[in-house]
Design a protein around this ligand. Structure first.
Ligand code: ZN
Ligand code: ZN
Length: 370
Protein backbone atom coordinates (compact mmCIF):
# COMPACT_ATOMS: atom_id res chain seq x y z
CA UNK A 1 0.00 0.00 0.00
CA UNK A 2 3.02 2.26 0.09
CA UNK A 3 4.29 1.85 -3.45
CA UNK A 4 4.58 5.11 -5.37
CA UNK A 5 3.22 5.36 -8.88
CA UNK A 6 6.00 4.53 -11.36
CA UNK A 7 7.58 7.80 -12.38
CA UNK A 8 5.12 9.64 -10.17
CA UNK A 9 5.63 11.69 -7.05
CA UNK A 10 7.12 10.12 -3.93
CA UNK A 11 4.09 9.57 -1.76
CA UNK A 12 4.12 10.21 1.98
CA UNK A 13 3.45 7.20 4.21
CA UNK A 14 -0.03 6.35 5.42
CA UNK A 15 -0.91 5.83 9.08
CA UNK A 16 -1.81 2.18 8.57
CA UNK A 17 -0.53 1.11 12.00
CA UNK A 18 -3.06 3.34 13.81
CA UNK A 19 -6.09 1.82 12.14
CA UNK A 20 -6.32 -1.44 14.10
CA UNK A 21 -6.59 0.34 17.44
CA UNK A 22 -9.25 2.66 16.02
CA UNK A 23 -11.20 -0.41 14.97
CA UNK A 24 -10.70 -2.05 18.38
CA UNK A 25 -12.16 1.04 20.02
CA UNK A 26 -15.37 0.50 18.04
CA UNK A 27 -15.85 -3.22 18.71
CA UNK A 28 -17.64 -3.07 22.05
CA UNK A 29 -20.04 -0.40 20.81
CA UNK A 30 -20.96 -2.74 17.97
CA UNK A 31 -21.64 -5.54 20.45
CA UNK A 32 -18.56 -7.62 19.61
CA UNK A 33 -15.43 -8.93 21.28
CA UNK A 34 -13.80 -9.67 17.93
CA UNK A 35 -14.39 -8.98 14.25
CA UNK A 36 -13.76 -11.39 11.39
CA UNK A 37 -12.98 -9.13 8.44
CA UNK A 38 -14.00 -10.69 5.12
CA UNK A 39 -13.79 -7.65 2.82
CA UNK A 40 -10.41 -7.81 1.10
CA UNK A 41 -10.50 -4.02 0.72
CA UNK A 42 -10.95 -3.65 4.47
CA UNK A 43 -8.20 -6.20 5.15
CA UNK A 44 -5.87 -4.15 2.96
CA UNK A 45 -6.85 -0.95 4.74
CA UNK A 46 -6.17 -2.43 8.18
CA UNK A 47 -2.97 -4.35 7.42
CA UNK A 48 -1.41 -3.20 4.15
CA UNK A 49 -1.94 -6.67 2.62
CA UNK A 50 -3.06 -6.30 -1.00
CA UNK A 51 -3.79 -9.94 -1.87
CA UNK A 52 -7.18 -10.96 -3.17
CA UNK A 53 -7.92 -13.71 -0.65
CA UNK A 54 -7.74 -13.87 3.12
CA UNK A 55 -9.53 -13.53 6.43
CA UNK A 56 -8.54 -11.19 9.24
CA UNK A 57 -9.29 -11.79 12.90
CA UNK A 58 -9.16 -8.69 15.13
CA UNK A 59 -9.78 -8.73 18.88
CA UNK A 60 -8.52 -6.59 21.75
CA UNK A 61 -5.11 -8.25 21.82
CA UNK A 62 -4.51 -10.09 18.59
CA UNK A 63 -4.72 -9.56 14.90
CA UNK A 64 -4.36 -12.67 12.74
CA UNK A 65 -4.27 -12.66 8.94
CA UNK A 66 -4.98 -16.04 7.36
CA UNK A 67 -4.22 -16.39 3.68
CA UNK A 68 -2.93 -19.01 1.27
CA UNK A 69 0.39 -20.12 -0.18
CA UNK A 70 0.28 -17.69 -3.09
CA UNK A 71 0.96 -14.94 -0.58
CA UNK A 72 3.60 -16.72 1.52
CA UNK A 73 6.20 -14.00 0.79
CA UNK A 74 3.98 -11.07 -0.10
CA UNK A 75 1.76 -11.04 2.99
CA UNK A 76 4.51 -10.80 5.65
CA UNK A 77 6.40 -8.23 3.54
CA UNK A 78 3.40 -5.96 3.03
CA UNK A 79 2.33 -6.16 6.66
CA UNK A 80 5.87 -5.38 7.82
CA UNK A 81 6.30 -2.45 5.45
CA UNK A 82 2.99 -1.02 6.67
CA UNK A 83 4.35 -1.29 10.23
CA UNK A 84 1.30 -3.20 11.47
CA UNK A 85 1.40 -5.77 14.28
CA UNK A 86 -0.24 -8.74 12.54
CA UNK A 87 0.38 -12.47 12.84
CA UNK A 88 0.39 -13.91 9.33
CA UNK A 89 -0.70 -17.54 8.96
CA UNK A 90 -0.52 -19.37 5.65
CA UNK A 91 -3.31 -21.92 5.87
CA UNK A 92 -4.60 -22.60 2.39
CA UNK A 93 -7.74 -24.69 2.75
CA UNK A 94 -7.28 -25.06 6.50
CA UNK A 95 -8.28 -21.58 7.63
CA UNK A 96 -10.70 -23.13 10.05
CA UNK A 97 -7.94 -24.84 12.03
CA UNK A 98 -6.18 -21.51 12.54
CA UNK A 99 -9.24 -19.48 13.43
CA UNK A 100 -11.46 -21.70 15.57
CA UNK A 101 -9.04 -21.84 18.54
CA UNK A 102 -9.33 -18.04 18.80
CA UNK A 103 -12.97 -18.36 19.84
CA UNK A 104 -13.99 -19.01 23.44
CA UNK A 105 -17.44 -20.04 24.56
CA UNK A 106 -19.68 -17.00 24.25
CA UNK A 107 -17.26 -14.86 22.23
CA UNK A 108 -19.30 -12.21 20.47
CA UNK A 109 -17.85 -12.49 16.96
CA UNK A 110 -18.74 -9.74 14.52
CA UNK A 111 -19.17 -10.49 10.83
CA UNK A 112 -19.25 -7.81 8.16
CA UNK A 113 -22.84 -7.92 6.96
CA UNK A 114 -21.97 -6.00 3.81
CA UNK A 115 -19.35 -8.47 2.67
CA UNK A 116 -19.99 -11.88 4.28
CA UNK A 117 -22.25 -13.88 1.99
CA UNK A 118 -25.05 -16.14 3.12
CA UNK A 119 -22.71 -19.07 2.43
CA UNK A 120 -19.99 -17.42 4.56
CA UNK A 121 -22.41 -16.92 7.39
CA UNK A 122 -23.41 -20.59 7.37
CA UNK A 123 -19.78 -21.67 7.15
CA UNK A 124 -18.74 -19.44 10.06
CA UNK A 125 -21.70 -20.58 12.16
CA UNK A 126 -20.33 -24.09 11.71
CA UNK A 127 -16.69 -23.15 12.38
CA UNK A 128 -17.44 -20.98 15.38
CA UNK A 129 -20.22 -22.95 17.01
CA UNK A 130 -19.17 -21.73 20.46
CA UNK A 131 -19.43 -18.06 19.45
CA UNK A 132 -22.36 -15.70 19.18
CA UNK A 133 -22.24 -14.30 15.66
CA UNK A 134 -23.09 -10.60 15.47
CA UNK A 135 -23.95 -8.74 12.25
CA UNK A 136 -21.96 -5.50 11.96
CA UNK A 137 -22.25 -2.76 9.37
CA UNK A 138 -19.68 -0.18 8.38
CA UNK A 139 -17.20 -0.70 11.24
CA UNK A 140 -14.14 -0.45 8.98
CA UNK A 141 -15.89 1.57 6.27
CA UNK A 142 -16.62 4.26 8.87
CA UNK A 143 -12.89 4.54 9.64
CA UNK A 144 -12.09 4.67 5.93
CA UNK A 145 -14.18 7.81 5.44
CA UNK A 146 -11.59 10.04 7.12
CA UNK A 147 -8.44 10.11 5.02
CA UNK A 148 -4.95 10.74 6.40
CA UNK A 149 -2.33 12.82 4.58
CA UNK A 150 -0.84 9.78 2.87
CA UNK A 151 -4.23 8.73 1.53
CA UNK A 152 -5.00 12.26 0.36
CA UNK A 153 -1.66 12.42 -1.44
CA UNK A 154 -2.54 9.23 -3.33
CA UNK A 155 -5.96 10.53 -4.28
CA UNK A 156 -4.45 13.85 -5.34
CA UNK A 157 -1.93 11.99 -7.49
CA UNK A 158 -4.77 9.97 -9.06
CA UNK A 159 -6.74 13.16 -9.69
CA UNK A 160 -3.72 14.85 -11.22
CA UNK A 161 -3.16 11.93 -13.60
CA UNK A 162 -6.79 12.15 -14.74
CA UNK A 163 -6.48 15.93 -15.19
CA UNK A 164 -3.40 15.57 -17.33
CA UNK A 165 -4.85 12.68 -19.37
CA UNK A 166 -8.02 14.66 -20.07
CA UNK A 167 -6.00 17.69 -21.19
CA UNK A 168 -4.12 15.49 -23.64
CA UNK A 169 -7.21 13.78 -25.06
CA UNK A 170 -9.72 16.68 -25.02
CA UNK A 171 -8.70 18.21 -28.41
CA UNK A 172 -9.48 14.83 -29.99
CA UNK A 173 -13.21 15.60 -29.58
CA UNK A 174 -13.04 18.07 -32.46
CA UNK A 175 -11.93 15.26 -34.79
CA UNK A 176 -15.37 13.60 -34.34
CA UNK A 177 -14.12 10.32 -32.83
CA UNK A 178 -16.38 7.57 -31.50
CA UNK A 179 -17.13 7.34 -27.78
CA UNK A 180 -15.05 4.17 -27.55
CA UNK A 181 -12.06 5.85 -29.18
CA UNK A 182 -12.12 8.69 -26.64
CA UNK A 183 -12.58 6.30 -23.71
CA UNK A 184 -9.66 4.14 -24.87
CA UNK A 185 -7.45 7.19 -25.34
CA UNK A 186 -8.27 8.39 -21.82
CA UNK A 187 -7.57 4.98 -20.31
CA UNK A 188 -4.26 4.71 -22.16
CA UNK A 189 -3.22 8.24 -21.21
CA UNK A 190 -3.91 7.54 -17.52
CA UNK A 191 -1.90 4.33 -17.57
CA UNK A 192 0.99 6.04 -19.37
CA UNK A 193 1.09 8.59 -16.55
CA UNK A 194 1.44 5.92 -13.87
CA UNK A 195 -2.13 4.97 -12.96
CA UNK A 196 -2.28 1.30 -11.98
CA UNK A 197 -5.73 1.20 -13.58
CA UNK A 198 -8.78 3.34 -14.26
CA UNK A 199 -10.94 3.93 -11.19
CA UNK A 200 -14.05 2.60 -12.97
CA UNK A 201 -15.19 1.96 -16.54
CA UNK A 202 -14.60 5.32 -18.23
CA UNK A 203 -17.81 6.92 -19.48
CA UNK A 204 -17.71 8.86 -22.74
CA UNK A 205 -21.25 9.57 -23.90
CA UNK A 206 -22.17 11.76 -26.86
CA UNK A 207 -25.45 12.90 -28.35
CA UNK A 208 -28.38 10.62 -27.42
CA UNK A 209 -26.13 8.48 -25.20
CA UNK A 210 -25.30 11.51 -23.03
CA UNK A 211 -28.90 11.52 -21.79
CA UNK A 212 -28.08 8.32 -19.88
CA UNK A 213 -26.26 9.04 -16.61
CA UNK A 214 -24.34 5.73 -16.74
CA UNK A 215 -23.94 5.25 -20.47
CA UNK A 216 -21.38 2.82 -21.86
CA UNK A 217 -19.18 4.11 -24.68
CA UNK A 218 -20.43 3.04 -28.09
CA UNK A 219 -19.29 3.13 -31.72
CA UNK A 220 -21.31 6.17 -32.83
CA UNK A 221 -19.06 9.02 -34.04
CA UNK A 222 -19.58 12.42 -32.41
CA UNK A 223 -21.45 14.89 -34.59
CA UNK A 224 -21.81 18.67 -34.60
CA UNK A 225 -24.04 19.87 -31.78
CA UNK A 226 -23.69 16.75 -29.62
CA UNK A 227 -23.48 17.16 -25.89
CA UNK A 228 -20.61 14.99 -24.60
CA UNK A 229 -20.08 13.74 -21.03
CA UNK A 230 -16.67 12.32 -20.00
CA UNK A 231 -16.59 10.68 -16.54
CA UNK A 232 -13.20 9.29 -15.59
CA UNK A 233 -10.80 8.50 -12.77
CA UNK A 234 -7.43 6.92 -12.06
CA UNK A 235 -6.07 4.61 -9.36
CA UNK A 236 -2.77 5.32 -7.58
CA UNK A 237 -1.65 2.81 -4.94
CA UNK A 238 -5.23 1.63 -4.50
CA UNK A 239 -6.82 5.09 -4.17
CA UNK A 240 -9.22 6.53 -6.74
CA UNK A 241 -10.28 9.82 -8.25
CA UNK A 242 -13.55 10.72 -9.97
CA UNK A 243 -14.25 13.63 -12.34
CA UNK A 244 -16.74 14.50 -15.07
CA UNK A 245 -16.47 17.18 -17.74
CA UNK A 246 -19.08 18.08 -20.36
CA UNK A 247 -19.02 20.00 -23.61
CA UNK A 248 -20.84 20.51 -26.89
CA UNK A 249 -19.18 19.51 -30.15
CA UNK A 250 -18.71 22.58 -32.31
CA UNK A 251 -18.93 25.07 -29.45
CA UNK A 252 -21.34 25.89 -26.66
CA UNK A 253 -23.70 27.91 -28.86
CA UNK A 254 -26.73 29.67 -27.40
CA UNK A 255 -29.45 27.02 -27.37
CA UNK A 256 -30.84 24.55 -24.87
CA UNK A 257 -27.51 22.76 -24.62
CA UNK A 258 -25.76 25.98 -23.63
CA UNK A 259 -28.30 26.56 -20.89
CA UNK A 260 -27.83 23.03 -19.56
CA UNK A 261 -24.03 23.38 -19.55
CA UNK A 262 -24.23 26.72 -17.75
CA UNK A 263 -26.90 25.92 -15.16
CA UNK A 264 -25.45 22.55 -14.15
CA UNK A 265 -22.06 24.19 -13.69
CA UNK A 266 -23.68 26.85 -11.50
CA UNK A 267 -25.28 24.08 -9.45
CA UNK A 268 -21.97 22.27 -9.11
CA UNK A 269 -20.07 25.40 -8.06
CA UNK A 270 -22.79 26.17 -5.50
CA UNK A 271 -22.66 22.60 -4.21
CA UNK A 272 -18.88 22.71 -3.75
CA UNK A 273 -19.20 26.07 -1.99
CA UNK A 274 -21.62 24.47 0.48
CA UNK A 275 -19.20 21.68 1.46
CA UNK A 276 -17.53 22.15 4.86
CA UNK A 277 -16.95 20.32 8.12
CA UNK A 278 -20.22 20.20 10.06
CA UNK A 279 -22.52 20.65 7.06
CA UNK A 280 -25.18 17.94 6.59
CA UNK A 281 -24.58 16.03 3.34
CA UNK A 282 -28.26 16.60 2.53
CA UNK A 283 -27.65 20.36 2.49
CA UNK A 284 -25.05 19.99 -0.26
CA UNK A 285 -27.54 17.96 -2.27
CA UNK A 286 -30.29 20.55 -1.70
CA UNK A 287 -27.94 23.38 -2.72
CA UNK A 288 -27.29 21.79 -6.12
CA UNK A 289 -30.91 20.76 -6.56
CA UNK A 290 -32.23 24.25 -5.76
CA UNK A 291 -30.18 25.83 -8.55
CA UNK A 292 -31.49 23.29 -11.05
CA UNK A 293 -35.06 23.54 -9.82
CA UNK A 294 -35.00 27.33 -10.12
CA UNK A 295 -33.98 26.89 -13.75
CA UNK A 296 -36.79 24.40 -14.36
CA UNK A 297 -34.38 21.48 -14.57
CA UNK A 298 -35.00 19.86 -11.17
CA UNK A 299 -36.91 16.95 -12.69
CA UNK A 300 -34.01 16.25 -15.07
CA UNK A 301 -31.60 15.57 -12.13
CA UNK A 302 -32.39 11.94 -11.26
CA UNK A 303 -29.46 10.95 -9.01
CA UNK A 304 -27.81 11.96 -5.76
CA UNK A 305 -25.29 14.81 -5.75
CA UNK A 306 -22.27 12.76 -4.80
CA UNK A 307 -20.52 10.00 -2.90
CA UNK A 308 -17.42 9.31 -0.89
CA UNK A 309 -14.33 8.10 -2.77
CA UNK A 310 -11.23 6.27 -1.59
CA UNK A 311 -10.19 2.64 -1.95
CA UNK A 312 -13.63 2.13 -3.51
CA UNK A 313 -15.12 4.41 -6.13
CA UNK A 314 -18.37 4.57 -4.16
CA UNK A 315 -17.99 4.65 -0.39
CA UNK A 316 -19.24 6.75 2.52
CA UNK A 317 -20.48 9.33 3.01
CA UNK A 318 -23.27 9.43 0.42
CA UNK A 319 -24.41 12.92 -0.57
CA UNK A 320 -28.10 12.81 -1.44
CA UNK A 321 -31.43 14.28 -0.41
CA UNK A 322 -32.28 12.00 2.48
CA UNK A 323 -28.68 11.45 3.63
CA UNK A 324 -28.32 11.67 7.40
CA UNK A 325 -24.52 12.07 7.53
CA UNK A 326 -22.79 15.30 8.50
CA UNK A 327 -19.63 16.05 6.54
CA UNK A 328 -16.34 15.87 8.47
CA UNK A 329 -12.87 17.23 7.73
CA UNK A 330 -10.79 14.61 5.96
CA UNK A 331 -13.69 13.02 4.14
CA UNK A 332 -13.43 12.96 0.35
CA UNK A 333 -16.65 13.34 -1.62
CA UNK A 334 -17.74 14.10 -5.14
CA UNK A 335 -20.09 16.91 -6.12
CA UNK A 336 -21.70 15.87 -9.40
CA UNK A 337 -25.07 17.31 -10.36
CA UNK A 338 -26.30 16.41 -13.83
CA UNK A 339 -29.32 16.85 -16.06
CA UNK A 340 -30.45 14.41 -18.71
CA UNK A 341 -33.14 15.13 -21.30
CA UNK A 342 -34.12 12.47 -23.82
CA UNK A 343 -33.85 13.83 -27.35
CA UNK A 344 -31.49 16.61 -26.24
CA UNK A 345 -28.70 14.96 -24.25
CA UNK A 346 -27.03 15.23 -20.88
CA UNK A 347 -24.59 17.35 -18.92
CA UNK A 348 -22.72 16.52 -15.71
CA UNK A 349 -19.94 18.34 -13.91
CA UNK A 350 -18.09 16.48 -11.19
CA UNK A 351 -15.12 17.11 -8.95
CA UNK A 352 -13.59 15.15 -6.10
CA UNK A 353 -13.05 17.36 -3.05
CA UNK A 354 -11.60 17.00 0.45
CA UNK A 355 -13.80 18.38 3.23
CA UNK A 356 -11.92 20.94 5.36
CA UNK A 357 -12.85 22.97 8.44
CA UNK A 358 -13.90 26.03 6.49
CA UNK A 359 -14.88 24.54 3.14
CA UNK A 360 -13.27 22.08 0.79
CA UNK A 361 -10.22 21.60 -1.40
CA UNK A 362 -10.54 20.29 -4.92
CA UNK A 363 -8.42 17.29 -5.87
CA UNK A 364 -9.55 17.19 -9.51
CA UNK A 365 -8.55 20.47 -11.12
CA UNK A 366 -9.35 20.27 -14.82
CA UNK A 367 -10.94 23.55 -15.90
CA UNK A 368 -14.74 23.60 -16.11
CA UNK A 369 -15.56 26.03 -18.89
CA UNK A 370 -18.74 26.62 -20.84
ZN1 ZN B 1 -17.77 10.11 -11.95
ZN1 ZN C 1 -18.89 10.00 -9.06
Amino acid sequence: MTRPAPGGPVLPPMEVALRLDRLRARLDGAGCDALLVTSTTNIGYLTGFTGSAGLLWVDADRCVLVTDGRYRDQAPQEVASAGVDVEVQIAGADQRAVLTPLVQRGTRLGLEAGSATWADQRRFADWFSDADLVATAGLVEGLREIKDEGELARMEAAASIADSALAEVWPMLETRPTEQEVASALDEAMRRRGASDRAFETIVAGGPNSARPHARPGSRPMTHGDLVVCDMGAIVDGYRSDMTRSTRIGGTGTGREAEMLTVVLEAQVAGMAAVADGVPAAVVDATCRDVLTSAGLGDAFPHGTGHGVGLDIHEGPAVYGSATATLRSGQVVTVEPGVYIAGVGGVRWEDTVVVTDGGCRRLTRSPSTV
